[in-house]
Design a protein around this ligand. Structure first.
Ligand code: EPZ
Length: 422
């Protein structure tokens, strides 16, 4: 097992290349199941989760390779297997994104229920509801979702759940609807930029989609989709994580490739904290050289403040000059980082889905345990400013969603080392 050792105190300065979006790439890779011919994807980050999805697709008859420029080439070679097995799905929940494409293209899908994870229950009832409404027969057997349909028929689907819209349920239903007969309307659809990027990819393959990026998406079914070339958008969550790294170290970073139009809620909150965030030539520049003001943050579906930056914002607000409040409306249990930050001297008090953050003068380095992808990022941010050494264990969590994070941080002055447990 690997861990990170971070010695706090360096102000980060310089430029960081923002990688392609994990949460755009994963459903787009799954969408290649729908396509005849070759699909070529650029700016796909080299992450554990991406490699996991490619392993699943290989089992499903989709061959892939990276060319010398790093572009990912995918081609369907065999359509026999439709089973996404538990040993793969349990490792990565986004595997459920193969459900819609398998059902639409191969008329059958057998996908293991993903089960819960560190950030909470991860139901897929909305995915199933949407696909059933398109005409699929559904059965649950031995923990697998079994779906089949001779031909999917367009429908009007309300996809809203108790926590608002669902990103990957919208992705699954939209992908399935591209080959369904007729006009499908998806109401209460997710508006995340990653859903919009998926829609743009599908349109380039010949799908007829409008309304993507709004809560109502319309899909006119077509007979077939043809593989195309597509460049994946930049990762707004990685960009937001580095924004907070600049803020917490009173640093000055240029985030190359970051898109201001995808980050308005995050930029709004950071500006209220007192961080200077400006549109740069090639992305976004972030600088801070003063005390941090306390703020209130509530996570919401896009365009609200993203739940995937909640833990990172909490680490930053540990050092604000007063009391901040964070309320988590998407995953009310997504707080495993609270105990670990308190071990570093933070003053965090959790009341249900809300955490009150009393600002402290400093954090102190300590051995801490990463529990999930974004909590690990929060602990690394805290380590960048803590006095002394912070050891973030279980580095594999961070490798799921950040491409060479320690190299990117070292390049702008952070004292961080990846170590192997002896
Ligand atoms: C996507 O997960 C992201 N993952 C998550 O990022 C992100 O946290 C989440 O959206 C919310 O923005 C990918 O895109 C691969 P949801 P997803 O369905 O689609 C409930 C990361 O760190 N819900 O939008 O699984 C659900 O429990 C990961 O990169 C249902 O009730 O999330 C949650 O409370 C973590 N029924 C809320 O909706 C369903 O059928 C939003 O979940 C589906 C979801």
């Amino acid at each position: 097992m690997q861990y990170f050792d971070i010695i706090g105190g360096s102000r980060l300065k310089g430029s960081v290349e923002i990688s392609g979006s994990k949460n755009a790439a994963l459903p787009i890779i799954a969408a290649s199941i729908l396509c005849d011919g070759e699909t070529i994807l650029r700016n796909v980050p080299d992450l554990a989760d991406v490699r996991q999805m490619l392993t699943l697709l290989l089992r499903l008859g989709v061959k892939s390779h990276r060319d010398a420029d790093g572009a990912l080439h995918l081609r369907v070679e065999d359509e026999m297997n439709v089973h996404a097995e538990y040993e793969l799905v349990s490792k990565m929940r986004a595997s459920v994104c193969v459900m819609g494409p398998l059902l639409a293209k191969r008329r059958r899908a057998q996908v293991s229920m993903p089960g819960g994870c560190a950030i909470g229950d991860r139901p897929i009832d909305l995915h199933i509801l949407g696909l059933q409404t398109l005409g699929a027969d559904f059965e649950l057997a031995n923990g697998d979702v079994l779906l089949k349909a001779k031909k999917l028929k367009a429908a009007e689907i309300f996809l809203g759940g108790p926590f608002g819209s669902s990103v990957t349920a919208t992705a699954n239903v939209m992908m399935a609807a591209t080959l369904a007969e007729g006009r499908t309307i998806i109401a209460s659809a997710a508006c995340e930029p990653e859903v919009t990027d998926l829609a743009n990819f599908l349109i380039a393959c010949g799908a007829r989609i409008t309304g993507h990026g709004t809560p109502e998406i319309t899909v006119e079914g077509v007979d077939r989709l043809k593989g195309t070339e597509h460049r994946v958008i930049a990762d707004r969550i990685e960009a937001g994580t580095f924004m907070m790294a600049a803020a917490i170290t009173n640093g000055d970073l240029d985030l190359v490739g970051a898109r201001m139009d995808h980050m308005r809620a995050v930029v709004d909150r950071l500006r209220r904290v007192g961080i200077i965030v400006e549109r740069g030539e090639k992305g976004i520049t972030v600088s801070s050289s003063r005390r941090l003001e306390p703020v209130t943050i509530t996570t919401q579906p896009y365009p609200g403040f993203p739940t995937d930056l909640q833990a990172q914002a909490m680490a930053l607000l540990c050092l604000a000059d007063g009391n901040s409040i964070i309320t988590e409306k998407i995953y009310p249990d997504r707080f495993l980082h609270v105990g670990e930050l308190n071990r570093m001297g933070a003053q965090l008090h959790k009341e249900g889905p809300t955490v009150i953050i009393s600002g402290v003068k400093r954090l102190v380095g300590a051995p801490v345990m990463a529990s999930d992808l974004r909590a690990s990022a929060a602990l690394i941010l805290a380590g960048l400013i803590a006095k002394g050494t912070t050891r973030v264990q279980r580095a594999y969590h961070i490798d799921r969603g950040y491409e060479s994070i320690e190299e990117k941080l070292q390049k702008v002055g952070a004292n961080i080392r990846r170590q192997n447990e002896s």
